[in-house]
Every structure is written in structure tokens, then in C-alpha cells.
Design a protein around this ligand. Structure first.
Ligand code: ARG
Length: 456
């Protein structure tokens, strides 16, 4: 493509280090779409003749049909998807193909293609996350009243409902989706027509190409347009945050599926066995979601470091922007699908959850609250009295509500028999009816709101 300037061809090493076609062939649909928008505009503006524009456009359709049927050929000499397509176009339609590259550069071309690709990735991610939310909300509705231990420090803290626990992840995913939406809105400007870095002297119509590619408007500064990749970083950072949420949810399943917990039976379809221990059913899918989050976070870090020292405008370092984005998008899509299946098809063992909630003095706070409300004792003192009751129950190896009225009165004479109604796990969760609390009625309200938001 630049034979005029060079006496010798590139060395084998130069060819190999330079070639991006092994990965950027993933951009072929976007590259064809952007070229078609560009050549239609060139024709419209009289920069190329209407007949040439049509010949080129039809040629691009033929190249696309070939890619669709046989894949994109990988010839390192052609470097990247842009030159691969242009060279095939020239083979198909002859020298008129050379007019396509008027008033543009690979710099605005790749920036345009990559924005289109990331925009599609965001749309697919959003659709996947909506399905995960659907599964979370359905299971939460089913288990609005199922009692489990709530933890802090992974120590039994207070009883909660499984529905409440699942809806916590619904909220995280809701915020993730809004981050992707923000990224999409900022991304949706067209770099096409920025040319190499400074714009062009040809009378192009950037609004037309922007519209044709469903961008909201053309970018405002050509240097910025060809050289920033913050749109890809916005996507990767949103993906990293989302993958952290998925990883935490996966970790819950790993813990819940372990035998000492026994809170859940994982779907067979998302588990594996062991080649040596016949009894094993391993939560591999959940573990891989947890593992993949490391790679997705790594992708975000990788592109940040690639970009940090680059002067304006384009530098070839930026060719390395694509592998981390492609990798993260693939891993994130799989992770979302795996967690959707896990949530939808897990068999929750509510009997085991309830039994666990009754262990560990999870209603101790309820005893303290009862002392505050019924006996008008300051909370700090009530906390102290309750501590003594827990110590006695622990020394006897029984639950709080297995202590006799006399034993409780020995600890503090202001305690009477009415206290037992507060000590059950049902009473405990029902009492936590503050906005956003774990009471089944609250959970049902949140589920109803979520169903509305999801359009159910
Ligand atoms: N393959 C290149 C990339 O992905 C396309 C842009 C090349 N531009 C250039 N001036 N060499 O970044």
C-alpha cells in the first residue's frame, strides 16, 4: 500500500509484529458497514462519481458475502482487516477500488469500526444482564419468605430471606446496566471523516455518514477522534465492575453448594464430576466465573496501561486495544449466561437454610430490641443483658428460645414470657420491615417493582 516510498519489503519479524488481522478480522462486519456509508457519502457529494460509488458498494457486498461464507483470509502481508478488505475489493472490481480510501484513513476507519463493535457488545451485554435479572427476580419472588442466615464476616448475623439476598444482586446488576448505558451514550459519536488526524480538504458530509451508521453525531475534534480509546475503556471498566458482581454471586454458590453449608444443589448442567472421587459434584462453572473476573479486570488494566503515555494522535500501540476488549466481551458473555442458568435452575434447600438460621444466636439482636421496646432499657445495656443470655445458652448448648423464663429472668428480671414471640426467626425477619429491609412484605414489594422495571 505504500510501495512508492520503500525500496525493500518488510522483514519477517516486521510482518509478524505488525499483523493485526489474526484478531481484528472480528471487525469485518463493522468495516464493511463503515466503508459502505463512506462511499455512499463520497458519491452523494460528487467526490467520486455515482457510478463508481455504486460499483464499490456492490463490490463491498461481494466481499462481505465471501467473508460470511468462507471466513476472513489471514494474510500477514495485508496487515489488518482494512487492507484485507480493500485488497480483495480491488481483485473483484479492479482499480476503481482505489477510490474508496479518498478522504479517509485507517485511523478514522479503525476508530469507527471499533466503536461500532463495542456498541454491539454493549447491546448484547445488556440483553444478557436483563435475563440474569429476570432469573434473580423470579427466584426472589418464589423465596420472599424463605429464611436463611444473613452473614457479616461470614459469621451468622441476623436471619434474612433468600429473596432479599437474591434481590441484592438484582440491584447490583441494575447499576451495572446503567453503567453500560452511560458508556453507550458517550461512545455514540462518529469518528469517520476525521481522516488521519487533521480532517480532510474534500467536501465530505460527516453528518450523513454518522446518521447512516446510527451515531448520534460526528465527533467534534479530529485529533481526539482518532486517538482516544476511552469508549473502549468505559466498556472494559463497566465490564470489570459487572464481573466483580458476578464473581461474588458465583462465590456464594460455591459456598452454598459445599457440604457443610448444603444450602443449594447446583444444576447438573452447570457442574462437573471428579474422575477419582465418585461422590463429587463440583461447582466448576461458578469457579470459572470467579476466575474469569480476574481476566476481565486484567483486560481493563491492560488497555489503561497501553494508553497512558501516548501523545496525540494515533500511535501503533493502539492496535493492541482490541484483544483485551474482545477477550473481556467473550468472557463476560459466558459468565452472565452461566450465572443466569445457575440462578434459574439451582435447587435451594430451604430446610437447611432455615435450620442454619436457627443456629448461631441469629435472633440475639431481636432480644436486645425487645428489651429496648418493652422494658425501655437503653440499647447498650440491652446489648449487655443479651450477651449474658447468649453466654448461658451457649454453655448449655441450646438455642436462645430454649432458655426457660426463669433462666432469662435470672439474667434480668424485666424479661417476661412475651419475649418468646420475638425470638423466632420468622418474627425476626417480619420485624425488619423498614424500607429495603428483609421482611417478606418488603421483598415482595421490591420484586413487584423489579417486575415492572423488567417489563413483566
Ligand atoms: N490495524 C491498525 C489498528 O488497529 C489500523 C490503523 C493503522 N493506522 C496506521 N496509521 N498505521 O490500529
Amino acid at each position: 500500500m505504500w510501495g512508492g516510498r520503500f525500496a525493500e519489503g518488510p522483514s519477517a519479524i516486521m510482518r509478524e509484529i505488525n499483523a493485526s488481522i489474526p484478531f481484528d478480522k472480528a471487525l469485518w462486519r463493522q468495516d464493511i458497514a463503515a466503508s459502505k456509508a463512506h462511499v455512499a457519502m463520497l458519491g452523494q457529494q460528487g467526490i467520486v462519481s455515482a457510478a463508481d460509488a455504486q460499483t464499490i458498494s456492490e463490490g463491498l457486498d461481494r466481499v462481505a458475502a465471501e467473508y460470511e461464507a468462507n471466513g476472513v483470509p489471514e494474510d500477514w502481508d495485508l496487515e489488518d482487516i482494512h487492507m484485507t478488505t480493500e485488497s480483495r475489493l480491488a481483485e473483484l472490481i479492479g482499480p476503481v477500488a482505489g477510490r474508496l480510501h479518498t478522504a479517509r484513513s485507517r485511523n478514522d476507519q479503525v476508530a469507527t469500526d471499533f466503536r461500532l463493535w463495542v456498541r454491539d457488545a454493549i447491546d448484547q451485554t445488556d440483553a444478557g444482564l436483563a435475563q440474569l435479572q429476570r432469573a434473580l427476580v423470579d427466584r426472589a419472588g418464589e423465596h420472599a419468605g424463605s429464611i436463611m442466615p444473613g452473614f457479616t464476616h461470614l459469621q451468622t448475623a441476623q436471619p434474612v430471606t433468600l429473596g432479599h439476598h437474591l434481590m441484592a444482586y438484582y440491584e447490583m446488576i441494575r447499576r451495572d446496566r446503567s453503567r453500560f448505558r452511560d458508556a453507550r451514550a458517550r461512545l455514540n459519536e462518529s469518528p469517520l471523516g476525521s481522516a488521519a488526524l487533521a480532517g480532510t480538504g474534500f467536501p465530505i458530509d460527516r453528518d450523513q455518514t454518522a446518521r447512516a451508521l446510527e451515531f448520534d453525531r460526528p465527533t467534534a475534534n479530529s485529533l481526539d477522534a482518532v486517538s482516544d480509546r476511552d469508549f473502549a475503556l468505559d466498556y472494559l471498566q463497566a465490564a470489570a465492575q459487572c464481573s466483580l458482581h458476578l464473581s461474588r454471586l458465583a462465590e456464594e454458590f460455591v459456598i452454598w453448594a459445599s457440604q457443610p453449608f448444603g444450602f443449594v444443589r447446583l444444576p447438573d448442567a452447570l457442574s462437573t464430576g471428579s474422575s477419582i472421587m465418585p461422590q463429587k459434584k463440583n461447582p466448576d462453572a461458578a469457579e470459572l466465573v470467579r476466575g474469569h473476573s480476574g481476566r476481565i479486570v486484567g483486560a481493563a488494566v491492560s488497555l489503561m496501561v497501553t494508553m497512558k503515555g501516548l501523545p496525540l494522535a494515533y500511535s501503533k500501540d493502539m492496535q493492541d486495544d482490541k484483544p483485551p476488549v474482545f477477550e473481556a466481551a467473550g468472557l463476560l458473555g459466558l459468565s452472565i449466561a452461566a450465572m443466569t442458568g445457575m440462578v434459574a435452575d439451582a435447587a435451594f434447600r430451604t430446610d437447611r437454610m432455615r435450620a442454619a438460621a436457627e443456629l448461631g444466636y441469629a435472633t440475639a439482636t431481636d432480644l436486645a430490641d425487645w428489651l429496648v421496646r418493652q422494658a425501655d432499657i437503653p440499647f447498650r445495656e440491652a446489648h449487655h443483658i443479651t450477651g449474658a443470655a447468649v453466654r448461658l445458652a451457649e454453655s448449655k448448648g441450646v438455642a436462645l428460645d430454649a432458655l426457660s423464663p426463669e433462666e432469662l429472668q435470672n439474667i434480668d428480671s424485666r424479661i417476661d414470657e412475651r419475649v418468646y414471640t420475638a425470638l423466632s426467626v420468622e418474627a425476626s425477619v417480619a420485624a425488619r420491615s423498614s424500607h429495603g429491609g428483609t421482611a417478606p412484605d418488603q421483598v415482595r414489594q421490591r420484586v413487584a417493582e423489579a417486575n415492572k422495571a423488567l417489563g413483566a
